[in-house]
Design a protein around this ligand. Structure first.
Ligand code: GLU
Length: 547
């Protein structure tokens, strides 16, 4: 058959040649070794941890090498598209420090290699589709859904491989007359690749993460263009990543199954193959076994979850880095205050099997990250969170920034900073008692009579002097302890607990509960200093009256 005739028949309006298109996408002028990588999400509106991982890897590889990171929107499946999804994605990733050099933006496209939304690139794909047809490397297929389903059923019954190949590829070698007849009848068609591969053949291939792979050739005549003329992922991937000069394709390893086809397609099109960085899935422990994080079962997959819980962005970023490169933690220990971008990220160190997402570890990392922040920063981030998720608390924080900052400064700085807060959601429980409206009524240990507690509190009130330094203040607490027959000698108490009604810790707890409503609080002396004499005394008196 004269394939050029077929090409003109299928694409009568395509007059550009591949060379014309190539001329519009000249090679990028970048330093030797610069990585060009991209994110190519489908705009489904759900931004998840996997997107962040993929984005972070792509971003580090590009920017660490003086290269380019761009955003291409894979909107070929119009049915799945959610309005505003691209904007949400851009904003969310930006929030996590992933900024694109070019690509889709809130206000259209930015960059010389666009359009960056695939539906706007239909003309470009058609030029390359026409070339493949003219070379006998692609052909139209008029099979209906029903025919394809029945083909599948036959394959299932015969225990054969699924797909459009060999004897099942019924439109592969049809005459131009047959094709014309269908076209004239207005029948819809898809464009299929004419595979010359055989599953008998294997070859070696190197993936940046997975290492040496043995690839079995593809023998399926996959679809390149759907019946609406919009490309499949495979065809768009080859054309776009070639024209946009992507050097490294960072993507989920669910694409490994069609990698043989992608390799074949790049070759058929005469394109240089990019390097592939296939990343493993994020998993979690479910009982004693691992499984992939699932959109349906695991709320922690969505990035909105971390925002609502109140994980600082730095903490999530930091945790993901520890997941991706096992030497990150050592680096961080040696460089506690350096920006994370100074770490030398290596895609080669990614775990080919993927990573186990450990919520407890994230919480731990977050505690450490928050512990390194100064009170001003903690205040600003906490307030930002509260404004969105707890407006009442936000009002309190904003009502008296000095008070809030003084509270948040407790135990901060120094060699061993306190690690009380892992997420902003916990801050209210930690410091809410400073605000009278959030103060809870204390519940004293039943081991002690109300009289005992009252006596201790009364004694404290007698001695309390706001100008005492912390050691004088504590000496007074110890004095009360002795006066009441309690002990300050913890060793003696441990040796013979029945010899004393209680210890200095119990006396401190009575006072702490009276002032804060809780058995746990930041340093009590400092709490009183911040509350001031009047509020401290008023709280203790109120508790005594209500006992
Ligand atoms: N649209 C594809 C996805 O969301 C992109 C994969 C790729 O990065 O090539 O999975």
């Amino acid at each position: 058959m004269d394939y050029q005739v077929l090409a003109d028949l299928l694409f009568p309006n395509v007059t550009d040649t591949p060379a014309d298109v190539e001329a519009k996408f000249p090679p990028r002028e970048l330093p030797e070794g610069a990585v060009v990588s991209r994110m190519a999400p489908s705009p489904t509106g759900f931004v998840h941890l996997g997107n962040l991982v993929q984005g972070l890897i792509s971003e580090r590889m590009a920017h660490q090498s003086g290269g380019v990171l761009f955003l291409r929107v894979e909107d070929t499946d119009a049915k799945r598209e959610v309005p505003g999804a691209v904007e949400v994605l851009i904003d969310t990733l930006k929030h996590y420090g992933i900024v694109f050099d070019e690509g889709a933006t809130h206000t259209g496209d930015s960059g010389a290699y666009g359009p960056y939304r695939q539906r706007q690139r239909a003309d470009i794909y058609h030029v390359f589709a026409k070339k493949l047809v003219a070379e006998g490397q692609a052909y139209p297929c008029f099979c209906t859904e029903e025919e394809l389903t029945s083909m599948r059923e036959k394959q299932e019954a015969a225990k054969e491989n699924f797909g459009y190949y060999g004897k099942y590829a019924v439109w592969r070698d049809r005459s131009i007359e047959d094709i014309k007849a269908e076209l004239d009848a207005g029948k819809p068609w898809v464009l299929r690749f004419r595979s010359t591969g055989s599953i008998e053949n294997q070859y070696k291939f190197d993936d940046v993460v997975k290492g040496k792979l043995t690839i079995t050739e593809n023998d399926i005549d996959h679809v390149l263009l759907k019946s609406d003329g919009i490309p499949t992922y495979h065809f768009a991937h080859a054309v776009d990543d070639h024209l946009m000069h992507t050097t490294h394709v960072v993507r989920g390893d669910e694409w490994m199954a069609t990698l043989p086809f992608h390799i074949q397609l790049f070759k058929a099109l005469g394109f240089k193959l990019p390097k592939y960085v296939h990343i493993g899935p994020l998993m979690k422990m479910d009982g004693t076994s691992k499984r992939k994080l699932s959109k349906r079962k695991d709320p922690e997959l969505a990035l909105t979850f971390y925002k609502a819980e109140g994980f600082p962005v730095e903490a999530v970023y930091e945790y993901i880095m520890t997941l991706l490169n096992s030497n990150y933690e050592d680096w961080r220990r040696a460089n506690p205050t350096a920006p994370a971008t100074e770490f030398k990220f290596s895609a080669k160190k990614l775990n080919p099997a993927g990573n186990l997402f450990d919520y407890a570890k994230l919480t731990d990392v977050s505690k450490n990250v928050i512990a390194t922040m100064d009170a001003d920063k903690v205040y600003a981030l906490l307030l930002q969170w509260a404004k969105e998720f707890d407006s009442d608390f936000a009002e309190k924080l904003e009502g008296n920034p000095e008070l809030a900052k003084a509270v948040l400064a407790i135990g901060r700085g120094g060699k061993k900073p306190r690690k009380d807060i892992a997420v902003w959601k916990e801050a209210k429980a930690y410091m809410g008692f400073f605000y009278d409206e959030y103060l809870e009524k204390p519940v004293f240990d039943e081991k002690f009579s109300a009289d005992t507690v009252k006596t201790a509190l009364a004694k404290f009130l007698e001695k309390f002097d706001i100008s005492d330094d912390s050691s004088v203040w504590f000496d007074k607490v110890k004095a009360i302890t002795e006066e009441m027959g309690f002990t300050t000698d913890m060793k003696a108490y441990k040796a013979d607990p029945d010899a004393f009604p209680g210890t200095v810790a119990d006396i401190s707890t009575f006072i702490r509960q009276a002032v804060t409503g809780k058995t746990n609080s930041p340093d009590l002396y400092t709490v009183m200093q911040i509350l001031g004499y009047d509020r401290t005394v008023a709280r203790i008196k109120a508790v005594m009256e209500n006992m």
